[in-house]
Design a protein around this ligand. Sequence first.
Ligand code: NAD
Length: 438
Amino acid sequence: MNISVIGTGYVGLVTGSCFAESGNDVCCVDNNAAKIDILRKGIPTFYEPGLPEIIERNLREERLTFTTDLDAAVKKSLVIFIAVGTPSASNGAADLSAVFDVAAAIGRAMDRYKVIVVKSTVPVGTSEKVRQILKKETKQPFDLLSNPEFLKQGAAVEDFMKPDRVVVGADDVRAAEILRDLYAPFVRTGSPVMIVDIRTAELLKYAANAFLAARISFMNEIANLCEEVGANVDLVRKGLAADSRIGPAFLFSGIGYGGSCFPKDVRALIETGREHDYEMSILKAVDTVNTNQPARFVEKIRSHFNNDLSGKRFAVWGLSFKPRTNVMRDAPSIKIIESLLSGGASIAAYDPEAMDEAKKIFGSRIELSISNYGCLEGADALLLVTEWQAFRNPNFERMKAAMKSALIFDGRNIYDPTHLKPAGFTYYGVGLDSDSAG
Ligand SMILES: NC(=O)c1ccc[n+]([C@@H]2O[C@H](COP(=O)([O-])OP(=O)(O)OC[C@H]3O[C@@H](n4cnc5c(N)ncnc54)[C@H](O)[C@@H]3O)[C@@H](O)[C@H]2O)c1
């Protein structure tokens, strides 16, 4: 099948590459010419395990092409995916200008029947607006579908290739069959292709992200209470996870969620509620708990140093918003580092993949070390911010020898205080009883 994917960001590039991998001819379009130049050389513009090999193979076998020419891409394609960004506008609502611009450009380029698929995460009713824009720009026949994407950064290729479910929003089920065929190679083990009405598909995506964000904020709230009452959130988590009605996923407490989806999608859903005079009270609390969580972590650090951070040097392990990605959008690391810097501290940081992103954000305001041990030299404390696998079993003796004081603030509860205390470390986790601090 001839396919175009408009927008070669995270979702568009993974979608286009994976559809090429299953034998389709895919043209990926972006209006960022520099990005297209890099992609044409087979180099992904972000870190994602498994993606470079797929891009390289499909470029070489000429199933995958990259262009800035939307008009030509639309003309040669039957199915066109819109996968441009929908960032937060200043009021928290989704900024849909890129989606609408692309819809108009597709309409102007259409020369015959097309299937247009909205893959970007968009508020309920957006696809209907896209339909109106298309109708204004073209007299050609088309079907419009909604096909929200559920992949997660860090496991995007795997998620796309083996989805838990594929959701297709369609007003005409015959058009939806085209997407069923396209996704057939990825759902051979029985994952459902759910065909629902368009508004339901649009809402389902937000509900999924909001629910996962709610689990995180819920556990962070319980962790905060654990600190107040002297309980241990890790044991609470295990007790909850063992309950088959609850299950183990997304129950880890820490310094809050970040990234390019949860924060903006929670806020956009709150805004959708407001537009319909319905207050999303649970989600407002989810957002508030998450906004406060990095500040609570900094408060713990401040209080250890009697509210005086001036001249203190902190080593930070992990900058990306989660492991296996270089994405730093809305990462808790940013708030934490900014707040420590404004208190007069200095920072030396290391992340396995996000160093270039960190350079863009902090410039020369923090030191970027070449290894995780490198940033420990003379540090007053280590802050574990992102739980990369490589940080889980470090050489604590080596760490202690490099650091000015053996002090760890563990924002993800990856270390075991019962091992660290005898090794001479003072340890603070999140939601652990006060005995944890040595
Ligand atoms: N990132 C994720 O993990 C994820 C997961 C599921 C869903 N989504 C949703 O998918 C959508 C895309 O997200 P993303 O993370 O890939 O965004 P992104 O910001 O990484 O990429 C968007 C791309 O669209 C391009 N673009 C913008 N305007 C354009 C135009 N007029 N013509 C051509 N290209 C244009 C940009 O240059 C950029 O490369 C969003 O709605 C997001 O919420 C993201």
